[in-house]
Design a protein. Sequence first.
Length: 242
Amino acid sequence: MLLFGRATRLSRYVTSLDKSYSATARFGAVSDTLDAEGHITELDAPLPPDDALRDALPSFTGDLLQVPPMASALKREGVRLYELHRRGISVERESRPVKVHRFVLTNLDPAEKSATFEISCSSGTYVRTLIDDLAASLNTGAYLTALRRTSVGHLTVKDAKVPQNLLPETLYNHIIPPREVVAHLPGVEVSAEVGCRVVCHGGRLASSRVDGSYRVMCGGELLAVYRDGEDEGRAEVVLCAG
C-alpha cells in the first residue's frame, strides 16, 4: 500500500495492524539470513511428510516468544543488526511476544523439497523465524524462498492493482479514500461548523469516551484522528485544511 499527500500521516494506524502472508519454504537446508539471499548450507535431509508438518503447526499458533533474526533492521546500540551480521558479528537478542492467528499448510512440492503456507500474524512477527523454528521442531532445517503479503488489517491484496494498469486517466479511480484506510478505528461525527471552526484547526473537542484513537468524521469525510486525554479530545492527525 502506498500513502501519499496528507494521507501519509495515517501510516502509524496501518503499520501496526495484523498481517497475512503466503510463504514458501525450502526444507533440507538452512540459510544464515533465514531466506534465499543468505549463505545456503545443504543438510541432505528429506522434506518432512505432510502429516508431520500439519501436526507441528498448532505449536506455532497463538501467543509465542520469538527471537528476531540477526539479518533484521532492529538496532543494538544504534547499529542495525543486519550491519553486524554482514561483519560476521552475532549478538544475543531478547525474545519478543508475537501472535500467530493462522498457520496452514497449503501445498507440498517433494521435487523441490518445498512447502507453502498461509500465515496470519501480529505486526512484528518474523515469518523467516517462524519457518526456521518449525523446521527445527521437526529435526531439520528450512529457509524462506518466497513471501507475499496478502493483507494488512482490513486492506487486502484483492484490492491492489498492478502498476501497468494504473493509467494517468484512470489513476484517480483506484485511490482508496483516507476514511477507508483507517476504517478500523471508531468514528465520531461532528457538525460542519465544529469541523471547520475546531477540528480543521487542531482544536480540542469534548471527550468522546472512546478508548484509543478515533476518526473524526463530517458527512462521510475524514477530518482528523483524535485521542481523548483526561477530559477532552486532542488531535493526533489533522487532514482537513483550516
